[in-house]
Ligand binder design. Structure first.
Ligand SMILES: *Cc1c(COP(=O)(O)O)cnc(C)c1O
Length: 408
């Protein structure tokens, strides 16, 4: 019989979203008349920006002509898109990133998992707790962890707690680690990292020859002009960081699929013999072998994000969601909850009232207000006692949800 990858069996059973569905389905069966408002899963709800739709329609027309047809594109992405990204997202913010260092892909979720292909098995890995589950689970699948504890922590991972007590700041580990996953603005807590905080991480990584994997999927939601949008705004980051970017949240591309990974040419790792190798070449080799690029049509859609129209339309999308976040924050604060996040991120992180845990609060909101959120404990042991509400919804639903919370 064929052997399976037994690492998959280490994955925690009853993964977060299936468990939420199970509880929601059983509630709906018992209460068929209840109208649920879902403020749980982090998917956008507003339609694509017009600029992107128009660009994709044009691209489809081109593809139907002999002159405009495109077959396989470059595995790294078309140069015009990489140049637009390099210029608008990096150079205009003073980051020294060139189009060559950008690899266009069909999503940050896969990039942040696939990056393990080019990294060795001996690395000591740090993740924040709570955390975007993909970073942890991809390491489990790749055999980079031991077994899971009852509290939900894997042997072999270093967990950096993000909680109210430490102001949701990712503190440097006391032990030495080689690979660090950071996501700011943060999913799920909505916390942000200042330039000083990121500088401490970059210095740590450079001093310890560590690599930072920086997920900037939510950078467009930053409102405070002093906060960094990219790790490459920090001096020294070109020698110790990879950054993941995505069009999913700023331009509503969750169903259209386009993202990119930035790997500076100056970034080095070492082989088991201690020889230096540049990570750019390994990732380029990996992508050229295992990936055939993002569709021409979708890349044209992504390019349109950087047009004048696209910039103003994505800006309004972001402010629409951020106004939802403000409505959620204000109402919850008014009725007495302690809330975090939601100011530079589309997630509001609620302190669960004393005396109940994350899942009890989930059941309470589901039963009393017919609202579906996400229990903090699903994102890690240190998420226990917290609850995530997402600002990705229609204004009508957000307002109705807040009316219901007001009256329970
Ligand atoms: C939504 C999200 C992404 C984007 O993933 P895609 O695969 O590009 O849609 C990346 N990181 C985090 C933390 C996210 O929440």
């Amino acid at each position: 019989m064929v052997q399976v990858n037994s690492n998959y069996l280490k994955l925690k059973a009853g993964y977060l979203f299936p468990e939420i569905s199970r509880r929601v389905n059983s509630f709906s069966e018992e209460n068929p008349q209840a109208s649920l408002i879902r403020l749980g899963i982090g998917d956008v709800t507003e339609p694509l920006p017009n600029a992107c739709c128009n660009a994709m329609q044009l691209a489809i027309k081109e593809m139907g002509t002999s002159k405009g047809f495109h077959g396989y594109g470059p595995e790294q992405g078309y140069l015009w898109l990489r140049e637009a990204i390099a210029k608008n997202d990096f150079q205009m913010r003073g980051c020294e990133i060139s189009a060559d260092e950008i690899f266009v892909s069909d999503g940050s979720k896969c990039d942040s998992s696939n990056i393990l292909d080019i990294l060795g098995h001996g690395n000591r890995i740090a993740v924040t707790d709570p955390v975007y589950p993909v970073y942890v689970d991809s390491n489990v699948m790749a055999g980079r962890t031991g077994e899971v504890s009852l509290a939900g922590q894997y042997e072999g991972l270093s967990y950096i707690p993000l909680n109210a007590e430490n102001g949701f700041e990712a503190r440097l580990p006391t032990d030495s680690v080689d690979l660090i996953y950071l996501c700011f603005p943060n999913n799920p807590t909505g916390a942000v990292a200042t330039k000083d905080q990121l500088s401490r991480w970059v210095d740590y990584a450079n001093e310890n020859d560590a690599l930072i994997l920086f997920d900037a999927a939510y950078e467009a939601f930053i409102q405070d002009p002093l906060l960094p949008h990219s790790i490459f705004e920090i001096d020294g980051a070109r020698n110790c960081a990879v950054e993941f970017r995505s069009f999913s949240k700023n331009a509503g591309f969750t169903g259209t699929r386009c993202a990119c990974t930035v790997i500076p040419q100056s970034l080095k790792g070492k082989t088991c013999n201690g020889d230096e190798v540049d990570l750019w070449s390994l990732w380029n080799r990996r992508q050229s072998t295992k990936f055939n690029g993002v569709s021409y049509i979708v890349q044209r859609g992504a390019e349109a994000v950087y047009s004048l129209e696209g910039q103003s339309q994505t800006k309004s999308l972001v402010s629409f969601y951020m106004n939802n976040a403000a409505i959620i924050r204000n109402k919850l604060t008014e009725v007495g909850y302690t809330v975090y996040g939601g100011e530079n991120a589309p997630y509001v992180w609620i302190k669960v009232p004393r005396g109940s845990d994350s899942w009890e609060f989930f059941d309470f909101l589901l039963n009393k207000a017919n609202i579906v959120g996400t229990p903090g404990s699903g994102f890690g042991a240190a998420g226990e006692g917290y609850f995530r509400l997402s600002a990705f919804n229609s204004r009508e639903n957000v307002e109705e949800a807040m009316r219901r919370i007001n009256s329970i």
